[in-house]
Design a protein around this ligand. Structure first.
Ligand SMILES: Cc1cc2nc3c(=O)[nH]c(=O)nc-3n(C[C@H](O)[C@H](O)[C@H](O)COP(=O)(O)OP(=O)(O)OC[C@H]3O[C@@H](n4cnc5c(N)ncnc54)[C@H](O)[C@@H]3O)c2cc1C
Length: 422
């Protein structure tokens, strides 16, 4: 399955790998995982490590979805700040969330354990679009340090050139615990590890129905019925295709990335080699690739129709941040759907024998690996940590099948406009 939106730097530099599995005789497993992104791969690997027999079914290829197309920014935490979580949920729950989502960097642990070659670099910078944003960042850094002993570096406006050659920003927070990586090669590394642990990875096969009866669960694919004790639905922005009710909790927002040609002056653009995301509502995010390209994501489209020329769509955002490379040659342009929930917190849970985790709202590169592992832990009988995420509140978007996207779009346009007006 090919996708014209996936003319990506990642696809062009992916380590060659294809699953060796084809439909076997025995189609009965302990666990059937749907979706070969970070969530599904991590869950499958963690389940196999616990001794379960596992099949993972992916309709295209491993990393085909958001996991193989994202900005590669590893940002500790969730879309809410730690102080917002504490104000909303109280100290005990905030501590549990902090331990999991800030302290527990499972991506780094997986990369180290399996020797995954995915250009991992340390350092993430959140850049303040306005002085007010910088004030809020300073308060949050102080809160994280005093409340949780979590230390990041406040970067004053005059010190920003140490991180970024752009005059646009009013300061920032540099978090050495964050970082960036080649997301598709990470997904491929997880797939390799999962296969080595015994997971059957079935690529190019679509699941079109999940069954869950008192006798057991299962999935119907285009060619087979697979029986399983548990099913894990890790289809993220496609979840509504399989479970329309769960589809009500997210809307897909299209987001686009470009990669320039390798730049002779790349290190001067981002001297500390941190990944950068700014504080605009429709944010810009960027970083350097291992071969010194600028990978830049900017602008969102609320229509599902992609721009005719992705490079032309994203270039003005890049030129605003870095006018010095406004005319740089752009070698790749690609896009993908970000599954966004109403409150920007992921929707994780269990219905009968079906577990699910999706809607990471643009903040999934780190937390998806954790979510997959927590699902495996819960299946093995210890649901305490899974429940910390499963108990996050979630609400469906208003409007039925046809009105949900336009209504969500209206809300998002409002915030995007506020951003522009400053
Ligand atoms: C352009 C873009 C930039 C982003 N940038 C960042 C970033 O810099 N940092 C960050 O933290 N997050 C970022 N995100 C979000 C992050 O990529 C996601 O949260 C994360 O990858 C979700 O992983 P997943 O495994 O849950 O879903 P996916 O990676 O989307 O995987 C779902 C898989 O399910 C498969 N599938 C769907 N339906 C079926 C079916 N019926 N049968 C079989 N298979 C099926 C799909 O083919 C797909 O491979 C970005 C997202 C996008 C789109």
């Amino acid at each position: 399955m090919t996708d014209p939106l996936n003319h990506s730097y990642y696809a062009a530099t992916a380590h060659p790998w294809r699953s060796s599995y084809d439909m076997g005789e025995d189609l009965s497993f302990d666990i059937a995982v749907i979706g070969g992104g970070f969530t599904g791969l991590s869950a499958a690997l963690a389940c196999a490590e616990r001794g379960f027999s596992v099949i993972l079914i992916e309709r295209a290829h491993v990393g085909f979805g958001a996991s193989g197309r994202n900005g590669g920014q590893l940002i500790p935490g969730l879309r809410w700040s730690a102080s917002e979580l504490e104000a909303e949920f109280g100290g005990e729950r905030a501590e549990a969330l902090f331990d999991l989502c800030w302290r527990g960097n499972r991506v780094k642990a997986r990369i180290a354990k399996h020797g995954i070659d995915c250009d991992l670099k340390a350092g993430h910078l959140e850049a303040a679009w306005t002085p007010k944003d910088f004030g809020a960042m300073q308060r949050e850094a102080e809160f994280l340090a005093t409340r949780f002993g979590y230390h990041s570096n406040v970067v004053a406006k005059q010190d920003m050139p140490g991180h970024i050659a752009s005059s646009l920003y009013h300061g920032g927070i540099h978090d050495p615990q964050g970082g960036h990586f080649h997301p598709l090669n990470y997904a491929i590394g997880l797939a390799r590890a999962a296969e080595a642990a015994g997971v059957c990875i079935w690529e190019g096969e679509r699941v079109h129905r999940i069954t869950d009866t008192p006798e057991g669960a299962g999935v119907m694919t285009d060619r087979a019925h697979i029986a399983a004790r548990y099913v894990i639905d890790a289809t993220d922005s496609w979840i509504g295709d399989l479970e329309p009710d769960l589809g009500r909790y997210t809307v897909p927002i299209m987001n686009y990335n470009i990669a320039t040609e390798p730049l002779p002056n790349a290190d001067a653009l981002l001297p500390s080699d941190a990944a950068v995301a700014d504080s605009r509502f429709v944010l810009n995010y960027f970083r350097l690739s291992a071969d010194k390209r600028l990978i830049f994501g900017g602008g969102e489209r609320y229509s599902q129709t992609p721009p005719r020329d992705i490079a032309a769509f994203v270039r003005p955002f890049m030129a605003e941040v870095f006018p010095q490379i406004a005319g740089a040659k752009i070698d790749y342009g690609w896009g993908g759907a970000v599954a966004v929930t109403m409150n920007r917190l992921p929707h994780i849970g269990r219905r009968g024998n079906v577990f699910f985790a999706y809607g990471f709202s643009g903040h999934g590169a780190l937390v998806t690996t954790l979510a997959g592992e927590l699902i495996a832990e819960a299946m093995a009988g210890t649901a305490e940590r899974f429940d910390v995420l499963a108990n996050l509140p979630s609400r469906p978007f208003p409007g039925g099948k046809w009105l949900r996207q336009p209504l969500a779009t209206l809300g998002l346009l409002y915030y995007a406009m506020k951003d522009r007006l400053g």
